[in-house]
Ligand binder design. Structure first.
Ligand code: C2O
Ligand code: CU
Ligand code: CU
Length: 447
């Protein structure tokens, strides 16, 4: 969909709701190096807006899902159960795990079936997420509410003096746009557009017009773009600076000072808003253009002032990538015609080959069309990559950390440095979920 056609948010006045917080899922059991969870898809009804409840889908609840906490080095067991009347999969977006547990379209769980997932967490602290990835129905299932968060924690999490009190100064914000009809129902078919379903109503963790109350301290927001297609351009209403501390796959080297942040579908960013100098009663808004995303009220004071850690992480830099072959890929088309290298997804075709543990360079070109083309958020399963360049230039500081999704503008060429830690067949695709379902997806076999 061309930029000018993207529907704006309608303001829904007179309703202001306390931000809903996903529960942190209680493990079935947990030891130091092992944790076990049960995750169930189900249908339900959710009060999204005043009036009638909305028919929705969720994990272990009626809409969205709980947070799965896991630690680096732990073995994780997840018993997945599908209580829908259609097939689904459980995909762990951003986890560096083998392809047989990655939950791509190869691993459907049929209605009333269970599947046992076991893997080891071999990566650093990060905010990841999970969602369905069934062939052709990913977008619809996500739209009705199937998505949840994963918090990976490690020694860095323990050591860094960052806000980490859940729901006090550390909040997840799952951004999603939805169309609620006159009966408060979501009607995917009616909202369907092959270039992405955009909604006129913004929900944050399933909350309409959300607010939080915090103390005058530093507040951490873990932003997750869980929308089917919409990009957000986030800023504070008073243009105050904030600091990005983490990208998709973990902490950045240093906090990056910014005044606005673009977040494409699939991407995550953790930011710190500094409210230390705000008086009691003050409010500040996180905005997406003209739309308020979150209303933050200062209530209660504290004298504790904290400096942000200067150094958050060490991201290894390769000496040079000159000697590596550059593998080129082209994204093209719109609507039902979207393609990667002129092809649409075929589960029986391998599109790329890589070697486990070896660095590869992918160069992805987003070919514009006569109308200008559109931006695509490009996502790769099974790893965290690094963005080497955008049109030959070093990416901005906040894109120099670990990423698994990168927004590529029409006409732009992006180079990625990737290394698959596991063997198997992994997906790469546009994270506009309607594009993915139509077939803007390929498979890389890692040997
Ligand atoms: Cu978040 Cu293949 O997706
Ligand atoms: Cu993924
Ligand atoms: Cu796309």
């Amino acid at each position: 969909m061309h930029h000018t056609d993207i529907p704006r948010f309608e303001e829904i006045k007179g309703e202001s709701n306390k931000l809903k917080l996903p529960e942190i899922l209680e493990p079935d059991f947990e030891r130091e190096n092992e944790v076990s969870y049960t995750l169930k898809t189900q249908r339900g009804e959710t009060q999204l807006k005043e009036g009638r409840k909305t028919a929705t889908m969720g994990y272990n609840g009626s809409y969205l899902g709980p947070i799965l906490k896991m630690r680096k080095g732990q073995t994780v067991h997840i018993k997945t159960e599908n209580n829908l009347s259609e097939e689904t999969t459980f995909h762990w977006h951003g986890l560096k795990i083998p392809s047989d547990v990655d939950g791509g379209p190869h691993s459907p769980v049929e209605p009333n079936q269970t599947a046992q997932i076991d893997f080891e967490v071999n990566q650093e602290a990060a905010t990841l997420w999970f969602h369905p990835h069934a062939l052709g129905t990913t977008a619809e299932q996500v739209y009705y509410g199937l998505a949840g968060l994963i918090y990976v924690e490690d020694e860095q999490t323990d050591r860094l003096d960052l806000p980490k009190e859940y729901g006090v100064n550390d909040f997840p914000l799952i951004l999603q746009d939805r169309n609620l009809d006159e009966n408060n129902q979501l009607d995917y078919e009616r909202s369907y557009n092959p270039d992405g379903v955009y909604g006129n109503t913004l929900l944050v963790n399933g909350t309409l017009n959300p607010y939080v109350e915090v103390k005058n301290e530093k507040v951490r927001l873990r932003l997750v773009n869980g929308s089917n297609a919409r990009n957000y351009q986030l800023a504070l209403n008073n243009q105050a600076r904030f600091y990005q501390i983490a990208s998709d796959g973990g902490f950045l080297e240093e906090p990056v000072e910014m005044t606005s942040l673009v977040l494409a579908p699939g991407e995550r960013a953790e930011i710190i808003i500094d409210l230390e100098d705000y008086p009691e009663g003050e409010t500040i808004q996180l905005m997406d253009g003209e739309t308020t995303v979150l209303d933050i009220g200062v209530k209660g004071t504290t004298d504790v002032k904290k400096e942000l850690p200067r150094k958050l992480n060490t991201i290894p830099v390769r000496e040079t990538s000159d000697s590596l072959p550059v593998k080129k890929m082209t994204l093209a088309g719109m609507g039902y015609m979207v393609s990667i290298d002129g092809k649409q997804f075929d589960m029986n075709r391998i599109d790329m080959e890589e070697t486990q543990g070896e660095t590869a360079i992918w160069e992805i070109y987003n070919a514009p069309d006569m109308m200008g083309g559109m931006a695509h958020p490009f996502h790769v399963h099974g790893l965290q990559f690094k963005i080497i360049s955008r049109d030959g230039k070093t990416p901005p500081l906040n894109e120099q950390g670990w990423k698994d999704t990168v927004l590529i503008e029409a006409g732009e060429t992006v180079q990625l440095e990737l290394e698959f830690p596991e063997k198997g067949i992994f997906m790469y695709h546009c994270h506009i979920l309607e594009h993915e379902d139509v077939g803007m997806m390929g498979q890389v076999e890692v040997k």
